[in-house]
Design a protein around this ligand. Structure first.
Ligand code: FUL
Length: 473
């Protein structure tokens, strides 16, 4: 298809925008990806017992935070630059943090606030107050419910979902844990995923559903916060996937040309465990560890869901909040100055020669303006000439994902003082956001060579940044 055609009446050149390529994200998935960094909150009886997986036999009284303040959680998330909070409304032990009428194992049976407390209410209110999105984890695995292991359980679970999703306002993400154990009858529950998913969409049409394989977003295949260096938001979802020997690698890297848009979410805890434990107060991840996680998640086309578990007071512990503030300050310092600002940027090919698709569009802050090449050009370079020599060690690239993920191989070169070019990186995918880590480099020009793209490349962001502590040994 020709990218340009002459408009006879106005005698000006109209250049059509690139046709979408492959499967595409929904509007909700694009907005979800733009959130980039969210808070996970593991809270429940395990906070008080020190367990990671409660048996379901814990007494409801065990849950008794002494000073719970969800506004503290939301204000910390906000200050850290997080856009949403997802809370374990029900973990595997079955205890519900809200008065769920379909269970006898909830806050209503505890003595906390005389059985009148409701964590989901307090947190959803706090999120609204601080302009943070609210999401819920409701474990399908339930070690308390006597129906678990029978068909009846799926109905109880659907009622539970309906209740949690129907009473606390908009839910941006429903988190389904894939864990599945045996019930009291020794049988593993057969989860009715189509029913669970349709229930979520009925109650919260705009929610993005997380589970191992989506449908809204996928597990990244590890709990270290590390997406694949190659990371497609597309995946080939089919019946063989669950038993596939390379399942974990596929989740980590996605599949080029896959049949479903199901971007990666990297869930990882700021501590060794998912739940708070006194003896882990000194084991909160270091600033450098968190920055590396950021580069390997947000910087590899994934969303980062960082778990920050409240303590037995029901507060985020000082050790975690202090580290989070350091993390956020470091991100600000690194990413507030684009060292490519004011550069000249020139592409070998610009779609239809039109300024609407010029390479400059990669340097402005408008999400919907992008550089694109002609349809038949899938190998193409652009050169960024800096106003003066700059020193940097991060190159950030962004594809305009509403039109699909396209780039499958690229290299980065920098200009040597003698006028020759030196290759400093060779990578595959870009996606919503890609941060390529380089040794520290001082140069006046950078060249990006798109060596392979499934359709003409469409990029809306290019930036250079400097992380001063990155290359220190
Ligand atoms: C896992 C669970 O078993 C852990 O307890 C935790 O909730 C983690 C986020 O997902 O599958």
């Amino acid at each position: 298809m020709a990218a340009s055609m002459i408009c006879a009446s106005c005698a000006s050149v109209q250049v059509s925008e690139p046709a979408p390529y492959g499967v595409l994200p929904t509007e909700q998935q694009v907005e979800w990806q733009k959130m980039e960094f969210n808070m996970f909150v593991h809270f429940g009886p395990n906070t008080f017992s020190g367990d990671e997986w409660g048996s379901g036999q814990e007494k409801a009284e065990l849950f008794n935070p002494t000073a719970m303040d969800c506004r503290q959680w939301a204000s910390i998330a906000k200050a850290a630059g997080m856009k949403g909070i997802i809370i374990t409304g029900k973990h595997h032990d079955g205890f519900c943090l809200w008065p769920n009428p379909y269970s006898r194992h909830t806050v209503a049976q505890s003595s906390w606030k005389d059985g009148k407390g409701d964590v989901l209410k307090e947190l959803s209110d706090a999120c609204r107050e601080y302009g943070i999105e609210f999401g819920i984890y409701i474990s399908p695995w339930d070690r308390h419910d006597p129906h678990y292991g029978t068909d009846e359980y799926n109905d109880v679970y659907v009622k539970t979902l309906e209740h949690a999703l129907g009473n606390y306002g908009p839910v941006f993400e429903q988190w389904f844990d894939g864990a599945c154990g045996e019930g009291p009858n020794g049988k593993k529950q057969v989860y009715d995923w189509p029913l669970f998913n349709s229930t979520v969409y009925r109650m919260q049409p705009d929610a993005v559903i997380f589970s191992d394989y989506g449908p809204g977003c996928r597990w990244v295949g590890n709990e270290r916060g590390s997406a694949g260096r190659t990371c497609w938001s597309t995946m080939e979802i089919n019946d063989e996937l669950a038993g596939h020997p390379e399942r974990i690698r596929i989740l980590n890297e996605g599949t080029k040309g896959g049949n479903t848009w199901v971007p990666a979410e990297s869930d990882v805890s700021i501590r060794p465990g998912w739940f708070w434990k006194e003896h882990e107060n000194d084991d909160v991840k270091s600033l450098r560890h968190l920055l590396n996680i950021y580069y390997e998640s947000v910087g590899r086309n994934s969303l980062l869901l960082l778990n920050v578990p409240p303590d037995t007071r029901g507060l985020i512990h000082e050790a975690d909040s202090t580290r989070l503030m350091e993390f956020c300050a470091a991100l600000d310092e690194i990413f507030s100055v684009n060292l490519a600002a004011g550069a000249q940027i020139e592409a070998e090919n610009v779609r239809g020669g039109s300024s609407r698709f010029s390479a400059d569009n990669m340097l402005n802050d408008e999400y919907d303006s992008y550089w694109a090449s002609d349809d038949d050009v899938t190998t193409v370079s652009f050169t960024v000439t800096l106003p003066e020599q700059k020193t940097f060690n991060l190159v950030q690239l962004q594809e305009y994902i509403p039109l699909g993920q396209r780039v499958s191989a690229f290299t980065i070169e920098v200009l040597n003082e003698d006028g020759t070019w030196k290759q400093v990186a060779e990578e595959n995918t870009i996606g919503y956001k890609r941060i390529v880590i380089l040794p520290q480099i001082a140069t006046t020009a950078v060249r990006v060579n798109i060596n392979s793209s499934e359709a003409c490349p469409v990029l809306n962001g290019f930036a250079l940044y400097m992380d001063p502590g990155l290359n220190e040994k």
